[in-house]
Design a protein around this ligand. Structure first.
Ligand code: TYD
Length: 235
């Protein structure tokens, strides 16, 4: 068994995992978390919409229907939810040089509310005024039918009002058209191990310049102490 080296970060590193419903975001976020915890990093994972006041309202809309809100009002709810998430969760963790991994962030806003007809650049600029830009955005891309089938059969859930096929086709197209130095699109049709290999390689390349080897064992409360070394398999 290979000894896993211990690391810490010399700055907060911020990664967002994005994609249509059923693309596999939650699974990949969890696997990244476990992988980097084994390297001794403090890993924060946050999900949007959040469980806060605005996030709960958004989930209610997803369940009952969107007819009571205009697309602009819907956009504003996501923005307020995200602003709160940044202030309460994301910015403090980054300020402590920790790793932050998002299960959805503002590229979902551009894709989902953009698919309702709101100007994408406007959504982006509103977000970048209130929310920090990620170091890396990984967009998991699969066919809408594959995503919807995963929701129905694997999760045993009925798709909600954000999850109809026609709408998600538009969302997918917007995600696919995104480009930029911090954006990578990964085909998430294959099995989760194959997708994780790909995702992990991209994240490892991006994070490498910020990793410092250390002997210290960091505990989950953010303090550090010296402890005996553990053995983990390198995967
Ligand atoms: P989702 O991640 O599917 O939550 P859950 O796993 O609890 O169902 O998010 C709910 C929906 O919110 C999803 O269909 C995408 C949508 N959404 C937007 O429309 N805009 C946004 O900015 C975000 C973050 C999500």
């Amino acid at each position: 068994m290979m000894q896993m080296k211990k690391y810490k970060l010399n700055k907060g590193v911020f990664i967002a995992i994005e994609g249509i419903d059923g693309a596999g975001k939650t699974t990949q976020v969890q696997r990244l978390k476990e992988y980097f915890q084994r390297k001794n990093l403090i890993v924060n994972t946050f999900k949007e919409p959040t469980d806060g006041h605005y996030g709960q309202l958004i989930r209610e809309i997803a369940k009952t229907g969107r007819h009571l809100y205009t697309p602009e009002e819907e956009l504003n709810l996501f923005l307020m939810d995200r602003k709160e998430d940044c202030e309460k969760n994301i910015n403090p963790a980054l300020a402590k040089n920790e790793l932050v991994i998002m299960d959805r962030y503002y590229h979902s806003n551009i894709a989902y509310q953009g698919a309702l007809g709101i100007d994408r650049e406007l959504i982006q600029s509103k977000n970048e005024k209130i929310a920090i830009i990620p170091d890396l955005v990984i967009i998991l891309d699969c066919a809408v039918r594959v995503g919807l089938a995963r929701i129905k059969y694997s999760r045993n859930e009925t798709p909600n009002h954000f999850e109809n096929e026609h709408y998600l086709q538009k969302v997918k197209k917007i995600f696919q058209a995104m480009s930029g130095p911090n954006i990578q699109v990964v085909n998430s049709t294959p099995d989760e191990d194959t997708v994780f290999n790909h995702v992990r390689n991209i994240v490892n390349d991006m994070i490498a310049p910020y990793l410092i080897e250390t002997d210290e064992q960091q505990d989950l409360f953010g303090t550090t102490e010296n402890t005996p070394t553990y053995k983990f398999s390198e995967n």
